[in-house]
Design a protein around this ligand. Structure first.
Ligand SMILES: NC(=O)C1=CN([C@@H]2O[C@H](COP(=O)(O)OP(=O)(O)OC[C@H]3O[C@@H](n4cnc5c(N)ncnc54)[C@H](OP(=O)(O)O)[C@@H]3O)[C@@H](O)[C@H]2O)C=CC1
Ligand SMILES: O=C(O)[C@@H]1CCC=N1
Length: 270
């Protein structure tokens, strides 16, 4: 069978995307090749997803007909670009989709001259089909490339197109955001334990509260402030909790977290 989908870097995010694309039948395992340096990781991916594996990144480029995903750390991007330089100058030119934080379209186009390139920022909820991905396109992409990227990322959640100048902010918010939310869930549960709840019940209450609130906001289209007002009874429990959050700088901490992550994404691209 023809290899259609190539993945360079089968780590956390590469696997998150791969698992969902295969589960949704967007690609058959026999249409996928993954490049990974570690034998143990290769064996794991091969055994779990029945995909082809290799250590040879250029083989991914020569074999994958439709799209090559770059999912390595930004810090190894230049080494990989150098390694692939000879390959990318051949006439075979699949769509290159990079999910690397900070790495710009101009850096990608310098590495893969005249190739169709898309810079994307997905997030880990893609694993369960609830991802959020922002994409922006390079100078050599055409409608069919954008359609392909839309199709791939729609299979793992929601997709928005943004201008490249916004990609670092996207990275700071939705790319890194699942970690902030996980921290929130953990801290809520800890608060429950501190208030006497057994750990298992505290974890369940914390997780379902975050999930349910997100779902309610999503379905009702309520402004978050409106929902907050609905929960907050005069002289009641919630305002006592909110007053404490404000005192501890909760909102400011989140704003500063997104700004710091945005700045770090900008720095990774330098
Ligand atoms: N994690 C996340 O939530 C998100 C990550 N991203 C982006 O995705 C990219 C990958 O992140 P993440 O999955 O977390 O990182 P991981 O370290 O989990 O994955 C990177 C993978 O690439 C492998 N690798 C290293 N060098 C090479 C090479 N020369 N050729 C092929 N593969 C190689 C690594 O192997 P080894 O471990 O042996 O070095 C590892 O398995 C990053 O650029 C990040 O910015 C984007 C959105 C969200
Ligand atoms: O922490 C990181 O750098 C990556 C990019 C977005 C989420 N994880």
């Amino acid at each position: 069978m023809t290899i259609k989908f190539g993945l360079i870097g089968g780590g956390v995010m590469g696997e998150a995307l791969l698992s969902r694309l295969i589960a949704r039948g967007i690609y058959q395992p026999s249409e996928v090749i993954v490049s990974e340096p570690q034998t143990a990781r290769q064996a794991f991916l091969q055994q779990k997803y029945h995909v082809g594996v290799t250590t040879d990144n250029s083989l991914v480029f020569t074999q994958a007909q439709d799209v090559v995903f770059l999912a390595v750390k930004p810090q190894v991007f230049s080494a990989i670009a150098q390694e692939l330089a000879d390959t990318v100058f051949t006439d075979h030119s699949p769509l290159v989709v990079s999910i690397l934080a900070g790495v710009s379209l101009s850096q990608l186009e310098a590495a893969f001259p005249q190739s169709p390139v898309i810079r994307a920022m997905p997030n880990t909820p893609a694993t369960v089909g609830s991802g959020m991905t922002a994409i922006c396109s390079g100078a050599y992409t055409y409608a069919q490339h954008q359609k392909l990227a839309q199709q791939i990322f729609s299979a793992v959640g929601e997709v928005v197109e943004v201008s490249e100048s916004l990609m670092d902010a996207v990275t700071g918010l939705s790319g890194s955001g699942p970690a902030y939310v996980a921290l929130l869930v953990e801290a809520l549960a800890d608060g429950g334990v501190a208030s006497g709840l057994p750990r298992g019940i505290a974890n369940q209450l914390a997780l379902q509260t975050v999930l349910g609130t997100a779902q309610l906001l999503h379905e009702s289209k309520l402004h978050p402030a409106e929902l907050k007002d609905r929960v907050t009874s005069p002289g009641g429990t919630t305002i006592a909790g909110i007053a404490q959050l404000e005192k501890a700088g909760f909102r400011s901490a989140l704003i500063e977290a997104v700004k710091a992550a945005t700045w770090r994404s900008q720095e990774l691209g330098k």
